[in-house]
Structure formats: C-alpha cells, structure tokens
Ligand binder design. Structure first.
Ligand code: PLP
Length: 499
C-alpha cells in the first residue's frame, strides 16, 4: 500500500478496506456448513509455518486472501448452531459496528486529555451497571472495564487484599507488617470456582494453600458451612481477604445463595466478591433477575459482557460497592495523570492504554435496550431447559443435571456388547474420545468436563434462536460417535461416519 496510515487523505482506502473485510465476513458466514473445518492441527501448523514473514504481499487483497485460507476457513464459528462447546456467545450486530468505529477512531480510554467523551460514555455505563446491581451501602459505587472475567477477578481480589491489609492486624490497633500478614491471608470459595481465582491468589503473592475450597450443598455454596469455616479460620489466626461467591459456575451454571452468603460475610466483616462472569446477563433479564437476589450485598462484582451480554471479545467490568477502593490501583505520574483532581480512567485500571470496549455495550444497549439484551439470555436458558428434557428422554444419553442456567451436562450410554447400556466406567472412557472425534470431524462441537468425579459431556447454549433440528443433529452425532467408539471402531468415527 502506498500510504497505509489512516488520515483524512486516504479515507476512501479505509472505507474500501472495511468493505473488503466485510465481504470476507459475508463469505465466511455464507460458506459455513459446519462450526469448524476438519483440518488437522498438523495441517494447519504446516500452513502457518509456510508463510514467509520477510516477504510482504504488498496489497490488502492479497493479505486478505492469505488470511482467508489460514484463518477464516478454519476459524471456529461460535455463531454456528452446532457450536455448543464453550462460553462463547453469538454477537450483536450493533456491537460489531461499534468495534469498527472504536478501532478506526482508536481512542485510548486512559486520561481525560486522551479519552474525553469516551471516558464519559464508559463512566455512564459503569453507573448503569452499578444501578442494576443496586449495591447496598453508603459508599459511592464505581467500576472499570477490563479485558475479561480473569482480569476482573484479579482486580477484585487485589482490592479485597488491600482493603484487608489497610485495616488493623488481628489483635492489634495498627496495620502491622504487611509482609508478615500476607502468608496468613485466605480466600474462601466454593468447589466450582473458576481457575482465575487460584491464578489471582498466586499473582497476589498469597500462600500456595491460600484458596480454601468449601464442600458444597449440591453445586452451590452452603452458607452454614461458610459460616463455620470463617470462624475456624479466624480461630486459627487467619485473615480472610475475600469470600468468592459464584453467580453461574462455568460448568453447572449454578448460582450461590448470594443473599445468605452476603449476610454471613457481613457478620464476619469479610469482603464478598461475586463472580458473575457467566450469570451477569441476568442483571438485564426481564424474567430471571431474581436469580441474582443478594448480589447487592457484594463488595465487588465481576460481569463479563462478552458472555451473556452477547458482545464480541473482549469486554468485562469490575464493579465496586465503594468506589474509593480504586485508590489501591492508583499511581500518579507527571507525564500522564498528575494528582490534579481530574478524574482519569487510568487511576482505576490495571491497564494504561485501554480500548474503548464500552462503545459496543453502549451501541447494543441504545439499539436494543436492556430488556432486548436480557431476552437473548432468557431465550438461551429456555433452549437449554428444552435440550435437558430431550437428553433426559434419550435412551442412549443420561442427563447429569437439570440445567441451572444454559449448560447441559450429560453422559453417553450407548448399548454395550451385551445390548445393555454401557457401565459407568465404560461411559467415563467414552467421553473424551467422543468430544475429540466430534472436534476432528468439525460438524458438531461439544465440550467435555468432570462432574462429581466422572467425565461428562457439556453443551453451552447461548443462542436463543437455536432450532430443534440443530440440537437433534448434534445429539445424533454424539450418539453415533458413542456407538462406534463403544464398538471399538474409532477410525470409522473420525474418518467416515461424521464427515
Ligand atoms: C469465563 C469465566 C471467567 C473468566 O472470564 P474470562 O472473560 O474468560 O477471562 C471467570 N469466572 C467464571 C465463572 C467464568 O465462567
């Protein structure tokens, strides 16, 4: 390209480039009969390795053509009706338009003199979300956009740690030696906490055994067990930095009894963090907001907009009941954010340069309204319930849980050699190979996990428009793979039957 830098002089080239990219997306959407191509990892690796990065192609068209073959033809299509694997949502069109805008204007939401109106839009959305949560208390709620639930949980737990260490040490009247207090800090959570809680504890310099996992009441945290654990830890001289309650566990979609957990936390004067990375969309659900009853008692909340608000990756937020907690994340520098009384976004963020991800939430909200977004999740939850009933009625499949949110957990029960359904152990041994066979064929994508110590298959449903025939096709692929694998015919499954 003669002049690749975007300016008023070459705005036509910008428009043409976006049109060309849009045409590629149309082709990608139109040509997709399966959620993924059956290309093998080694074939894709060889194709990528063969690109000579020292030999530029010179034109956008050629680069797009290359990217089509390297990426678009093989990208996993989360929008596809037979993609039912992980927590990746179909995305709203207004959000995609917002992404094009935000990227082309390239605002860094960082300081007032860089972000101006983008900072205001972001801040208005933050208060929209804190109002939805309805934080109970006297502090002024505040929040910050982050790159995902992992980052939101990290900053939530960091803020909780700092809040704890800024208060007097147990049995003393000053804060004491923070290095001496660090090894005794604990984070208490349920059995099904996300891996990011353990990762955060590591990054926060806590002890290797700092995350205390409570046995649950089913898939949910038991407030009475929590109450006893907090007393036990205090008696043993530990300080609890935070209790992490879940509003939607990644596998089960289970929501902890937030109000009861919040009351226990307040009684023990312990920070309550609610990880609503998955269940956060219920904040705008017209019919199921009550599932989050008690979230208002939280000190901090993680919400992922790129899961149940149907926005493109990446968009998440950490919300604080008392926004003054962000002072722990603030470092002032003369060249950027001098302590001059101005509100700077960077004063609250762990990032410095930060994308204007808020715009895609803004545009989606302004087009569809909160109810419009919430109805998408409601629809997905209804579809998951329907799939649960279908699986339950299927003689070759065994429903492991009645869906709590929008995941369906089940096990394969094909007929064994004696014509009767395979045993538990045989079913266990089939789960991974079924998932792998489906992935290799690319026609139906499902996830695998472990529930109650046993492997099982998982469907994550985030498409409210999913048709029964697509569900039937996915379940048929699972049954076919299960039968062939149970009969020891692995090759037939991957090579022929499912392609
Ligand atoms: C997905 C998820 C996370 C992590 O969020 P990312 O956006 O992937 O970083 C954290 N907690 C729960 C419960 C999740 O489901």
């Amino acid at each position: 390209m003669n002049d690749p830098l975007l300016s008023s002089e070459n705005r036509e080239a910008h428009a043409a480039a976006l049109a060309a990219a849009t045409a590629e997306v149309s082709r990608y959407l139109d040509g997709r009969t399966t959620p993924r191509s059956p290309a093998s990892p080694s074939a894709l690796a060889a194709q990528t390795a063969a690109v000579d990065l020292s030999a530029p192609l010179g034109t956008l068209d050629k680069a797009l053509e290359e990217v089509r073959e390297l990426y678009l033809d093989h990208a996993v299509g989360y929008h596809h009706p037979r993609y039912l694997a992980h927590l990746n949502c179909p995305i709203t069109i207004p959000a995609v338009a917002a992404e094009a805008l935000a990227t082309s204007v390239n605002t860094a939401v960082e300081t007032w003199d860089q972000g101006t109106s983008a900072c205001l839009i972001e801040q208005k959305l933050i208060h929209w979300v804190t109002d939805l949560i309805g934080f109970d208390g006297s502090g002024r709620p505040d929040g910050v956009f982050t790159t995902g639930g992992t980052a939101s949980n990290l900053q939530g737990l960091f803020t909780a740690r700092e809040d704890r260490l800024s208060r007097p040490a147990p049995g003393g009247d000053d804060t004491g030696d923070r290095c001496a207090r660090l090894p005794g800090l604990r984070i208490v959570t349920g059995e099904h906490a996300h891996l990011s809680v353990v990762k955060a504890a590591r990054l926060l310099g806590l002890a290797p055994d700092a995350v205390v996992t409570l046995p649950g009441d089913g898939d949910r945290m038991d407030p009475a067990t929590l109450d006893r654990m907090l007393s036990t830890l205090a008696d043993a001289g530990h300080e609890v930095a935070a209790v992490v309650a879940l509003a939607g566990t990644t596998d089960h979609g289970a929501i902890d009894p937030l109000r009861a957990v919040g009351e226990v936390c307040r009684r023990h004067d312990v920070w309550m963090h609610v990880d609503a990375a998955y269940g956060g969309g219920l904040l705008v659900s017209p019919t199921r907001r009550d599932l989050l009853d008690g979230v208002d008692l939280a000190d901090s909340v993680t919400v992922d907009f790129h899961k149940t608000f149907f926005l493109p990756v990446a968009a998440s937020a950490l919300l604080l009941r008392d926004g003054s907690g962000f002072r722990h994340s603030t470092v002032s520098a003369d060249y950027l954010n001098p302590a001059d009384g101005d509100d700077h976004a960077v004063d609250k963020s762990l990032q410095t340069t930060r994308r204007f991800d808020a715009l895609k939430l803004w545009m989606t909200l302004r087009v569809m309204g909160a109810d419009g977004i919430g109805r998408l999740l409601d629809g997905a939850i209804d579809v998951a319930a329907r799939i649960g009933r279908t699986v339950d009625a299927d003689a070759e499949l065994e429903l492991v849980r009645v869906p709590a949110l929008s995941t369906v957990l089940f096990r394969p029960r094909p007929a064994g050699a004696d014509g009767r359904p395979v045993s538990d152990d045989e079913s266990d041994a089939l789960v991974r190979p079924i998932r792998d066979a489906l992935f290799a064929a690319g026609r139906s994508l499902v996830a695998a996990t472990v529930v109650d110590g046993r492997p099982c298959l998982k469907l994550t449903v985030l498409d409210p428009t999913l048709a029964d025939e697509d569900v039937a096709a996915v379940l048929a692929d699972v049954r076919t793979a299960a039968r062939y694998l149970a009969a020891g015919m692995r090759e037939a499954t991957t090579a022929g039957v499912l392609t």
